[in-house]
Design a protein around this ligand. Structure first.
Ligand code: PLP
Length: 412
């Protein structure tokens, strides 16, 4: 009889969003007259910009003509897109990344999850806590989690708490990990790290030979000068870091799917003999074997972002979300909540009042103000006592949510 991968059975079912939906549906059924404002899910709400839509239409027409038809493309992405990424996202910011260091994919979830394929099962992982759950779950699937402890942590994973006590800035790990995941601007807290703070991580990885997996899915939301858009803005990062990018929150590609991963040629790991091995060809081998390329249509759509109109149109959409974020952040602060995020990020992270748990605050907001968010405890043990709201909503709903909250003041 064949055996399954036991690691999958170690993973607890993720009840977070289904439990949110269950409670919201039950509440709506009991109170059909109430208009609920949903600020829980991290999906965009604005349509694709015109430059992308035009490019998608044109790409569809290409597929209708044998002279311009495209079947299988290069697994690592078309040159027309990797060239634009290298130029716009890196070289124009003074970062020397070449197109053959860029791998196009169907999104950052796949790549942050799949990267473990080229890493030894013996590597010790460190993550910030709270965290985007994909980093942990995929390492558990790959056999790097150890055992699930009663407090919700995994025995082989080092958790780096990010709470109001440390200003949401993780301390450098006590035990030296082999692989460190950082996501900035952060999901779920919406906080960022400055250039000096990121330099500490790059230096740490250079000193101890750790690999830095840097998730920059929310890079496009950065508005402050001292917050790097890419880990490669930090000197020496090309020797220690892989960077993940996504068009999901940047350009509304959550439905049509596209992202990319940068694996610099200067990045070397060691094999079991202790010999140095470059990661770029390993990831190329992994992708060309297990992935058959993102669609021609989507890549043409993304190419259109690297034009003057494309850049200004996506900026307009992101500015819209950021204004929602500002309204939420300022409005919540004005009625006495402790909030972070929402400046270089679409996420607002709220400290629950008093001793309320994340789920108690969920029920309180739903029942009293008819507002839905995400309990922080769903993102890791250090998320307990916090709550996430997102700016992915209409301006009207955002204003209405704050009116409801301000109408009564922070009343507990
Ligand atoms: N990384 C982080 C931190 C995210 O929050 C998300 C989506 O919510 C992703 C990656 C996934 O991005 P994609 O849609 O490109 O798979």
């Amino acid at each position: 009889m064949f055996r399954i991968n036991d690691n999958y059975t170690k993973l607890p079912a993720s009840y977070l969003f289904s439990e949110v939906a269950r409670r919201v549906n039950a509440y709506q059924e009991a109170h059909p007259e109430v208009e609920i404002i949903r600020m829980g899910i991290g999906d965009v709400t604005r349509p694709l910009c015109k430059a992308v839509i035009d490019a998608l239409h044109k790409a569809v027409d290409d597929e209708a003509d044998s002279a311009t038809f495209h079947g299988y493309g290069p697994e690592q992405g078309y040159d027309f897109l990797t060239g634009k990424i290298a130029e716009y996202d890196y070289q124009r910011r003074g970062i020397d990344i070449s197109p053959d260091e860029i791998f196009i994919s169907d999104g950052a979830k796949s790549d942050t999850g799949n990267i473990g394929d080229i890493l030894a099962v013996t590597n010790r992982i460190a993550v910030t806590d709270p965290v985007y759950p994909v980093y942990i779950d995929t390492n558990v699937m790959g056999g790097r989690g150890g055992e699930l402890l009663p407090d919700g942590r995994w025995s082989n994973i080092e958790y780096l708490p990010c709470t109001s006590e440390n200003g949401f800035v993780p301390a450098l790990p006590k035990e030296i990990p082999d692989v460190i995941y950082l996501c900035y601007p952060n999901n779920p807290t919406g906080t960022t790290l400055t250039r000096d703070e990121l330099k500490k991580w790059v230096d740490y990885c250079r000193t101890y030979g750790s690999l830095l997996l840097f998730d920059a899915a929310y890079e496009a939301y950065i508005r402050e000068d001292d917050v790097p858009h890419s880990i490669y803005e930090i000197e020496g990062a090309k020797e220690v870091a892989i960077e993940f990018r996504s068009y999901s929150k940047t350009a509304g590609f959550t439905g049509i799917r596209l992202g990319y991963t940068v694996v610099p040629k200067a990045l070397l790991g060691r094999d079991s003999e202790g010999d140095e091995v470059a990661l770029n060809p390993l990831w190329r081998r992994r992708q060309t074997t297990k992935f058959n390329g993102a669609s021609y249509l989507t890549q043409r759509g993304a190419e259109a972002l690297y034009t003057e109109e494309g850049q200004s149109q996506v900026k307009e959409t992101i500015d819209y979300y950021l204004e929602n974020a500002r309204i939420l952040r300022d409005g919540l602060a004005a009625v006495g909540y402790e909030v972070v995020g929402g400046v270089n990020s679409p996420y607002i992270w709220i400290k629950t009042p008093g001793t309320m748990t994340s789920w108690e605050f969920f029920d309180y907001l739903l029942d009293r103000y008819h507002i839905v968010g995400t309990p922080g405890s769903g993102f890791g043990p250090s998320g307990e006592g916090y709550f996430r709201l997102t700016a992915f909503n209409t301006r009207e709903n955002t204003l209405r949510a704050i009116e409801r909250l301000a109408g009564e003041g922070k009343n507990i």
